[in-house]
Write a protein that binds this ligand. Structure first.
Ligand SMILES: [Zn+2]
Length: 371
């Protein structure tokens, strides 16, 4: 068993103690005890990036233009670059982004992978041997429904995630969503990002979660709260396109909120940076506690495991981040100010990431990509 010590988050508050894990699972949480520990500091569950497009990391140029010109399918810049990129280049770019996630304390993510079945294969090739948990959501290569393609994608993924309702012919998107339901997998979709979309039509597709909802009305948000459909907010991405999500308003509507970094060509996939930015722009719209913002960055793990707790407890997956920041009662305030250089140690599925390019090899654990 390996142990870390310090001020740890138990799901309600920070407590002093020692955390031990074995075979990828937390097996000991308790008062500080004598004996060797591999790190000390403020200890939180691994951060969870609830929305990424890691394939975009292959686009490295400075970005100029509108949201349509850069990311909208099928002709936005990212789609043009991805269509031409060599497989090895896409894999290398995604792997670099994944390494950035680990280094900055993220142990799980949910990716909207473009490029059909082949796109998923590149994602799996990139994540191989990296101790990252996650949810891999594919999509058809085009904006059309073909049953055989959808079935093949569903066999190889955790579900399907689409660009947006307005991009698709209504009958085709309904068929895709129905196939995902039949397979009992995850259907997810961007919604009301650049224009307001019809929330009833989108909720009829039975999404597991929505992304953005920047243009949503109070009534739209209330519908999501009633339907218990979480919303992933990506404030740095929105700000890049001149928009400010009203996170306090979303919270007042009673919606379950998650945090994601969105396109890897726009934002480095560091949840610490997203947390800091979310906290600042929430202040522009009112007030939100540091704890509420940090919780948004932890709660995504429920997408992979609905029973997972955003807390360090016996029986949870050993996903831990140890930070060198002021601890105790000020733990959450420290977290909304923390940077990558404050990360002392990352443990993902029991694997210890000591800060190099590769994790220190440990016992094989149950930490591989959920399939
Ligand atoms: Zn997105």
């Amino acid at each position: 068993m390996e142990r870390v010590a310090g001020s740890f988050y138990d799901g309600r508050r920070f407590r002093e103690g020692t955390i031990g894990w074995d075979d990828g699972v937390v097996v000991e949480v308790g008062p500080r005890r004598a004996g060797p520990t591999i790190a000390r500091g403020l200890i939180i569950p691994g951060l969870w990036n609830a929305h990424t497009h890691l394939g975009d990391a292959v686009v490295t140029q400075e970005l100029k233009g509108t949201i349509e010109e850069l990311v909208a399918p099928p002709h936005g810049l990212k789609h043009r670059v991805l269509a031409k990129a060599k497989d090895a280049a896409v894999i290398a770019a995604m792997r670099r982004a994944m390494t950035t996630m680990l280094r900055t304390g993220t142990t799980g993510f949910s990716d909207f992978r473009e490029g059909g079945l082949k796109g998923l294969k590149l994602l799996y090739a990139s994540v191989a041997a990296l101790p990252l948990g996650g949810v891999a959501l594919g999509r058809p290569a085009g904006l059309t429904y073909e049953r055989r393609e959808v079935e093949a994608i569903l066999r190889a993924s955790d579900g399907i995630a689409l660009s947006s309702f307005v991009d698709w012919p209504a009958d085709a998107i309904e068929k895709v969503a129905a196939d995902v339901r039949r397979a009992k997998k995850i259907f997810a979709i961007h919604c009301s990002e650049r224009i307001r979309e019809d929330i009833d039509k989108v909720l009829d597709l039975k999404p597991a979660f929505l992304v953005h909802m920047v243009q949503a009305t109070d009534a739209d948000l209330a519908r999501c709260a009633d339907a218990r459909v979480p919303i992933v907010v990506c404030p740095r991405s929105n700000a890049f396109f001149g928009m400010t999500p009203d996170i306090p308003r979303m919270q007042r509507a009673g919606v379950e909120l998650l945090l994601g970094t969105d396109n890897a060509m726009i934002n480095v996939p560091s949840m610490l940076r997203e947390i800091e930015f979310a906290y600042r722009i929430a202040r522009l719209k009112g007030e939100m506690s540091a704890r509420d913002i940090v919780e948004m960055a932890l709660r995504g793990r429920r997408l992979a495991d609905p029973d997972a707790a955003s807390a360090i407890r016996v029986g949870e997956r050993a996903d831990l981040v140890v930070l060198d920041v002021p601890d105790g009662a000020s733990g959450f305030a420290s977290l909304v100010r923390a940077t990558a250089s404050d990360v002392r140690l990352v443990v993902s599925g029991g694997h210890v990431w000591a800060g190099g390019d590769e994790p220190t090899p440990r016992k094989v654990s149950r930490s591989r990509h959920r399939r």
